[in-house]
Design a protein around this ligand. Structure first.
Ligand code: ADP
Length: 374
């Protein structure tokens, strides 16, 4: 049996390990927190710092394959492992580009992939030189995630909110839709493309409230998005699963925002909504099996379950009974003991042929299920 190691033990690692149970594989996981969501689902748990060179190298050197569930890992150790013949998926060279938003943007520009125009800045003070470039979005080079590390700089007054570190200042796009396309690349370069996902904003609450798959896109926008996503991933020359996040605008343009070189929140609906889930697909890639079918079995909506505002402490799931009594819904709780405002604690997938029903149930779930503390 192949020995496969995962760096990081959050919910992505958890769902990956839930699927691993269906495959002939011996799983290893490295993570600092022995109570992390994925920790008890692996065969071998190794407590360790995934950003530390020695820890990652020691973890990986006796394995067949190493993968990640988060970008913030020690890339130098992965490079050494790859040089020594361990299969590292995604390839460390791809990870190195993606980990740093400056390198990522330069990569898109170099490969002529449409992405919002940008300048590179090194300090907050430097933003003063780019007042004519505003309105823009300032994105820190290293270490940002889930919107942390992103600041909107509309006018000169907002410059104080900028980052005093290497960063990208990117032209603000008037976004029509935010979409994501997940692409699977096998070790021999075959690809499988998932249908696009629409990340919907609630116009009243103005919060990202749910995802819908497949996204409702004009045909020309759909083909543009697919072409951009494929080209952006192919040029990385790496196998793995890649989530390509894009913006569309009112003129029908498609702009690449960013790539994640791993399973992604925008693919969770694929567990129930598609023939082969993103997690199943990654195991097929890691273990050299044929790629699976990405087609939609049934349209789906996904509601992220995040820690409610004003509650911090031991998590409690209010309304779980009511939601579990609904038809065609699938609840995934991530097993995090502590909640805090905005923390991703789980998700609920709804499947239905009828888009109105998807939206109706998504709203019903948002108004029923809350993660609070005792
Ligand atoms: P993160 O990696 O933390 O998710 P993103 O780069 O995806 O950060 O940005 C977070 C959000 O900020 C996006 O989902 C989008 O809503 C908004 N955003 C990012 N870049 C732009 C842009 N150029 N124009 C308008 N909005 C943007």
């Amino acid at each position: 049996m192949k020995k496969v190691g995962i760096l990081g033990g959050g919910q992505l690692g958890r769902m990956l390990l839930q699927t691993a149970a269906n495959y002939p594989v011996e799983t290893y996981l490295m993570e600092n927190d022995a109570n992390a969501p994925a920790a008890h689902l692996c065969k071998h748990f190794i407590k360790g710092d995934i950003t530390d060179f020695n820890a990652v190298y020691e973890f990986g050197k006796s394995l067949d394959v190493v993968t990640i569930e988060i970008e913030n890992v020690n890339v130098e150790a992965l490079e050494k492992l790859a040089e020594e013949g361990i299969q590292v998926i995604p390839h460390p060279s791809a990870l190195r580009i993606i980990k740093d938003k400056i390198k990522q943007k330069q990569y898109y520009k170099h490969n002529q992939i449409p992405t919002p125009e940008f300048v590179i800045t090194h300090s907050k003070k430097e933003l003063q030189n780019h007042v004519s470039f505003l309105p823009a979005v300032h994105k820190i080079g290293n270490g940002g995630y889930d919107g942390k590390g992103v600041q909107v700089i509309k006018t000169e007054k907002d410059i104080e909110k900028g980052f005093d570190a290497p960063a990208v200042l990117e032209k603000m796009v008037v976004i029509k839709k935010e979409i994501s396309i997940i692409i699977a690349v096998s070790k021999n370069g075959q690809t499988a493309i998932y249908p696009p996902v629409d990340m919907m904003f609630d116009p009243i609450l103005n919060l990202l409230t749910y995802q819908i798959c497949p996204a409702a896109l004009d045909e020309s926008v759909f083909y543009k998005a697919e072409a951009i996503a494929i080209s952006a991933v192919k040029n990385l020359n790496s196998s793995g699963i890649f989530a390509v996040e894009m913006f569309t605008d009112a003129e029908g343009n498609v702009w690449l925002n960013e790539i994640a070189p791993r399973v992604h929140n925008s693919g969770h609906h694929s567990i129930e909504g598609n023939y082969c889930s993103q997690f199943d697909m990654l195991w097929r890639i890691l273990l050299d099996y044929p790629l699976g079918n990405t087609d939609v079995i049934m349209p789906s909506a996904l509601v992220n379950l995040v820690g409610d505002e004003g509650f911090q402490g031991a998590a409690e799931y209010i309304g779980l009974n009511e939601v579990l009594a609904m038809d065609n819904i699938f609840v995934h709780l991530y097993g995090k003991q502590q909640t805090k405002p905005g923390r991703k604690m789980g998700h609920v997938t709804i499947i239905s042929k009828d888009k109105q029903e998807l939206l109706y149930k998504a709203n019903q779930i948002k108004n029923t299920l809350f993660v609070r503390s005792k």
